[in-house]
Design a protein around this ligand. Structure first.
Ligand SMILES: [Zn+2]
Length: 348
């Protein structure tokens, strides 16, 4: 198997190594000298333990340098978040880009190491998933003085099929990150998908869309993840606008976008989402008195969110044959059963 660049998916030009966990993050969490579990073998259940510094992917020099510029700007954002300091909206957009990259890298990593199970016919690489779909991030400060670096939710069947949601702990911060088509659009009043209509004869999945509701919800997801938390969400419709101009040429969408295709960042401090401008800053000082977290559950919340996301998709099966319908239902059941099993297995 020929190596491909983690960013662009082509054979790497002037081959470099891209660290999945950047050096600054390893230093910050004390993991520059430690080994870290990055997933497990789907056949044997054995964990993949890596010397974190050696957990790298091939990449082109030019792709690597380009992302290196983002990395350099992300470290100061983490410093601010750890200390509950204000963060500018442009920095929050950058942070969302960074999470897109880490989430896709985690997915490529587990998939790559399990290539005998999944094969390695990756449909997308980092560049094809940064800043192109709706995205969401919740940030919780645990106020625990500890050094931590781990991710959760990347070793599930749902994540392998679609790397939509995972969580990341970095010292006293717990993040829940999620990105996929339209995952926050409806909640933020943007045009959204009412249902998907798979049509195998035409090799397509048609979508039935709805006009913007212009209403913003108070709660993004039903799943109770971590609280208190500060949440940021951004609808992105660069790609989807193509065939759907009539849905997007709408005052509400225009008023709530930075530019065509890129919705504004919406922030919630627990009291509902409101759009913020690019030249604003977002306060991360907490209104409620700081309280120390007890035990931080790492697995349950993210698995529950993955279940919610799988179940939230409405699909109209009218164009499927009886056996295709059966397969569709069976497939969904396999995913949910496996997530429930994971949740029961790791009661923490
Ligand atoms: Zn490349």
């Amino acid at each position: 198997m020929k190596p491909v660049c983690v960013f662009c998916g082509n054979p790497p030009k002037n081959k470099n190594k891209e660290h999945i966990f950047p050096q600054w993050l390893l230093k910050l969490t004390g993991y520059d000298q430690k080994k870290v579990s990055v997933g497990s073998n789907w056949k044997t259940g054995e964990e993949f333990i890596f010397n974190s510094k050696a957990y790298t992917f091939p990449s082109c020099k030019i792709c690597n340098d380009k992302f290196g510029k983002i990395e350099a700007r992300v470290k100061p954002i983490f410093d601010k978040l750890m200390a509950d300091q204000d963060v500018s909206v442009t920095d929050l957009e950058l942070l969302l880009d960074w999470f897109d990259k880490v989430r896709i890298s985690a997915w490529l990593g587990v998939k790559y190491m399990n290539k005998d199970v999944f094969g390695f016919d990756s449909r997308y690489y980092v560049n094809s998933r940064v800043g192109l779909k709706d995205r969401y991030l919740s940030i919780t400060n645990t106020y625990k003085e500890e050094q931590k670096l781990n991710w959760s939710g990347v070793n599930t069947i749902a994540f392998m099929l679609s790397p939509t949601a995972f969580s990341l702990r970095v010292n006293n911060l717990v993040f829940v990150n999620c990105s996929s088509d339209f995952v926050v659009s409806k909640q933020l009043g943007f045009p959204y998908v009412v249902c998907e209509i798979p049509t195998p004869d035409k090799h397509t999945t048609d979508m039935q869309f709805a006009m913007p509701t212009k209403r913003v919800v108070k709660k993004m997801f039903k799943t109770h993840t971590y609280s208190p938390k500060i949440e940021i969400a951004q609808p992105i419709y660069k790609v989807t606008i193509g065939d759907l101009v009539e849905y997007y040429y709408h005052d509400y969408v225009r008023d709530n976008s930075y530019e065509e295709g890129i919705g504004k960042i919406f922030v919630s401090h627990g009291d509902g989402f409101a759009a913020v401008e690019r030249d604003q800053v977002v306060s991360f000082s907490r209104a409620e008195p700081k309280h120390m977290f007890g035990h931080v559950e790492v697995v349950r919340p993210i698995i529950e969110l993955q279940i919610e996301l799988v179940l939230s998709k409405t699909r109209n099966l009218k164009n499927l044959s009886l056996s295709q319908k059966r397969d569709e239902k069976k497939g969904k059941k396999v995913i949910i059963d496996s997530l429930v099993e994971t949740m029961n297995q790791y009661r923490y």
